[in-house]
Design a binder for this molecule. Structure first.
Ligand SMILES: Cc1cc2nc3c(=O)[nH]c(=O)nc-3n(C[C@H](O)[C@H](O)[C@H](O)COP(=O)(O)OP(=O)(O)OC[C@H]3O[C@@H](n4cnc5c(N)ncnc54)[C@H](O)[C@@H]3O)c2cc1C
Length: 401
């Protein structure tokens, strides 16, 4: 079932990569995803397979041992993986964002130190902005870093770290007043720290505790955690880019490519929901014929497929714009907003097509129904996307004179 979500103009290499990933998803992910998800089990075997395919280094430059591929290739792979199981795409997403931030903003020493091992999946990345009291309003961050000789001492509590337990490198955003006197704009007094740690839970490094997994309604398998810093000492050479006060911009840059990634996940989950819906509709009979032959159900399928196509086109457009070196915040915001809303709607329609069986844990759509809402929240809620889109539109369409 590959009629939908085609992408024109791909190179032979891109097509080959996508074919390999699609086969991996069909063979290694889809058959086990729902069972693992119900047990909230980390998909170690799948992660090992992704490592072998080189997916942890997909966008890391070749000079550091990665495949040096574009954002478009990455997003199309994410779409395929999310079609199999959204949680697996979550495992590579934070890694990809941290590698991207290092590539764009890291010092040469930081790139040499981390990127080759990140390309192999030996070092695994997570990023941490959110706190118990804030998510959308990043400028309100309270976690604090204070300079002490050649080190910084970090204190504070972070919330909602995807891959918080399994990662070994966390990009942590803190307020750092050094060199930024009182009264400095909040976004100019933030710094990203590259925090290395052991995987696992409990005290994973002196002064750093990962308490345990947060119990979630969906998006299971991948670990989401808190992070507590209590006198955590980080050497000054682990300030991303070697300069304090740049953290807010670095994180926003990371989240911007992350938005294309979330859009791609929405596309993948919506595609799978459509596949499940169109298949079930041809098997279930009511009033003497398959429900697919009732016009009301055909209309649903038509709407679902149209949404899958529209979301895919916007996601591809946003990725291509970034790859061309242009600013893509407007396109990424629109793609993320539309793909996550459409994903929720397509999943709900597939759920309705399943009738009562959609409510049974035996059917895959039950899992998708619990997964889709996460996309409305992660990497900025719908309201935040609309704020970004609205501001950019007013810049572009400012009245003259
Ligand atoms: C499963 C999961 C994984 C996550 N992973 C990570 C991660 O790896 N790293 C990380 O740093 N964070 C992560 N997050 C956090 C996520 O980014 C935040 O939850 C998200 O940004 C929303 O923040 P909040 O939950 O504090 O909601 P709030 O900011 O409190 O918002 C609550 C509601 O108010 C609305 N709202 C807020 N401000 C405005 C406004 N100005 N105008 C209109 N409406 C507004 C929001 O849209 C929302 O509907 C994760 C979250 C989840 C659920």
């Amino acid at each position: 079932m590959t009629r939908l979500a085609q992408t024109a103009g791909l190179t032979d290499v891109q097509q080959e990569i996508l074919k390999t990933v699609r086969e991996f998803v069909d063979k290694e992910i889809i058959p086990v995803a729902t069972e693992l998800e119900h047990r909230d089990e980390y998909p170690q075997q799948i992660v090992d397979g992704l490592k072998e395919l080189g997916l942890f280094g997909l966008m890391i430059p070749e000079e550091y041992g990665g495949l040096g591929e574009s954002l478009l290739t990455y997003a199309l792979c994410v779409e395929e993986i999310a079609r199999g199981w959204m949680s697996v795409s979550g495992i590579i997403n934070t890694h990809f964002i941290v590698a991207y931030m290092l590539k764009q903003h890291g010092t040469q020493e930081q790139k040499d130190h981390f990127l080759p091992r990140m390309a192999l999946g030996e070092v695994r990345g997570a990023f941490s902005m959110s706190e118990p009291g804030l998510g959308s309003d990043v400028s309100a961050i309270t976690s604090k870093a204070v300079k002490d000789g050649d080190e910084y001492v970090l204190n504070g509590q972070k919330m909602w770290l995807t891959n918080g337990g399994t990662s070994t490198l966390v990009a942590v955003l803190c307020r750092s007043d050094e060199g930024h006197p009182e009264g400095t704009a909040p976004h100019k007094s933030m710094t990203t720290f590259l925090v290395e740690k052991e995987p696992g839970f409990g005290e994973v490094r002196p002064g750093l505790t990962i308490p345990g997994k947060i119990d979630k309604m969906g998006y299971k398998g991948v670990d989401t955690t808190e992070l507590i810093m209590d006198g955590l000492r980080i050497p000054a050479n682990r300030v991303l880019g070697g300069q304090t006060g740049r953290g807010f911009y670095q994180m926003m840059d990371g989240v911007e490519v992350g938005r294309v990634n979330v859009a791609a996940r929405g596309c993948g989950v919506a595609q799978r929901a459509f596949e499940l819906g169109v298949s079930y509709a041809q098997q279930r009979n009511t009033f003497g014929k398959p429900i697919a032959q009732h016009q009301a159900i055909q209309f649903k399928l038509a709407e679902m497929a149209t949404k899958v196509e529209a979301a895919h086109a916007m996601m591809v457009n946003a990725a291509r714009k970034k790859d061309s070196g242009e600013r893509n915040d407007l396109e990424a915001g629109m793609a993320k907003y539309l793909a996550s809303e459409y994903c929720k709607e397509v999943v709900e329609d597939a759920f309705r097509i399943h009738g009562g069986y959609g409510f049974s844990k035996e059917y895959e759509i039950e899992r998708l129904y619990r997964e889709a809402p996460m996309l409305l929240i992660g990497e900025g809620t719908a309201e935040i996307q609309k704020m970004i889109i609205g501001r950019r539109l007013l810049e572009e369409y400012r009245l003259q004179g």
